[in-house]
Design a protein around this ligand. Structure first.
Ligand code: ARG
Length: 267
């Protein structure tokens, strides 16, 4: 994770960002710290990368890489304003002893790449390019399933879908695990792919999605979720998950939430 010391909205690269709507830096820091505490309080280890002045979106750690089986696939950001973030995260990984392969095509890490059981679900349409999906499959040797995003408000896959975890008694060929998603964020064909892969998925409403409820992190039991996503929170509880509400409303001004602020190091 990356502390939001320099977090701000200084350019607009998604429909949520309005350079004239001021960010409350103190509130952003308080909310971000609450997320760190929520993770630690549930037994997770949090490591941090140093924020860099002039990189206001660096707080969105998820976009910097995909880490799977200890392999780091580093990002190549779409927006010129964010491109320098890649080297900062790469330096962190190298110092921590990881080798990093940088994407050739535009690729925004876990923003668009969601490990899901034996697959990697991969978004495209606004940021990450199809060519990057091929690179990821080649690099990880895991099947990558491309999904087309069609609503600019949900410009990254992680704003429209998250992986809940493996679930018991799976015999439906789903590839392991289950997801929550907002169908209208996807093209008709991609919606059909999701319906086939995850017949028992949690289907979120537009309201859940607009409150960044799908920008959640699940550890398979606890789901760190935006409290404003009421319908989703209730559905998760009904399925036996433990919703852990963490309010990151200040980051919505930049089009981000819980998952965006979290890069999972999957060893
Ligand atoms: N302002 C950032 C951008 O538009 C927000 C990134 C949110 N990250 C995410 N994983 N969805 O790039």
């Amino acid at each position: 994770m990356c502390e939001p010391r320099y977090f701000d909205v200084r350019y607009a690269i998604n429909p949520w960002m309005d350079v004239d709507a001021p960010v409350d830096p103190e509130l952003a820091r308080t909310q971000w710290r609450a997320l760190v505490e929520a993770y630690r309080g549930h037994g997770h280890t949090v490591e941090t990368v140093a924020p860099v002045e002039g990189l206001p979106d660096m707080v969105f750690a998820a976009n910097a890489a995909l880490v799977s089986d200890g392999l780091v696939f580093g990002s190549s950001f779409h927006a010129p304003e964010r491109r320098p973030e890649a080297a900062e995260y790469e330096a962190w990984f190298k110092a921590a002893g990881y080798e990093v392969q940088r994407a050739g095509a535009v690729c925004e890490g876990e923003g668009d790449l969601v490990p899901a059981g034996r697959f990697v679900l991969a978004g495209t349409g606004f940021r990450t390019e199809r060519a990057a999906h091929r690179e990821v499959q080649e690099f990880l040797g895991r099947p990558v399933i491309g999904l087309e995003l069609v609503d600019p408000r949900f410009y990254h896959l992680d704003t429209a879908l998250f992986f809940l975890g493996e679930e018991d008694g799976e015999a439906d060929g789903s590839g392991g695990g289950n997801v929550a998603y907002y169908p209208a964020a996807f093209s008709p064909g991609s919606r059909e792919v999701l319906r086939r892969l995850y017949p028992r998925a949690v289907i979120a409403t537009e309201e859940d999605a607009l409150s960044f409820g799908l920008n959640s992190v699940s550890d398979g039991r606890n789901v760190f979720v935006a409290p404003q996503a009421h319908g989703l929170v209730d559905q998760l509880a009904g399925r036996g998950y433990v919703p852990v509400p963490v309010d990151l409303s200040e980051f919505r001004k930049s089009g981000g939430g819980i998952k965006c602020c979290t890069l999972e190091i999957r060893s």
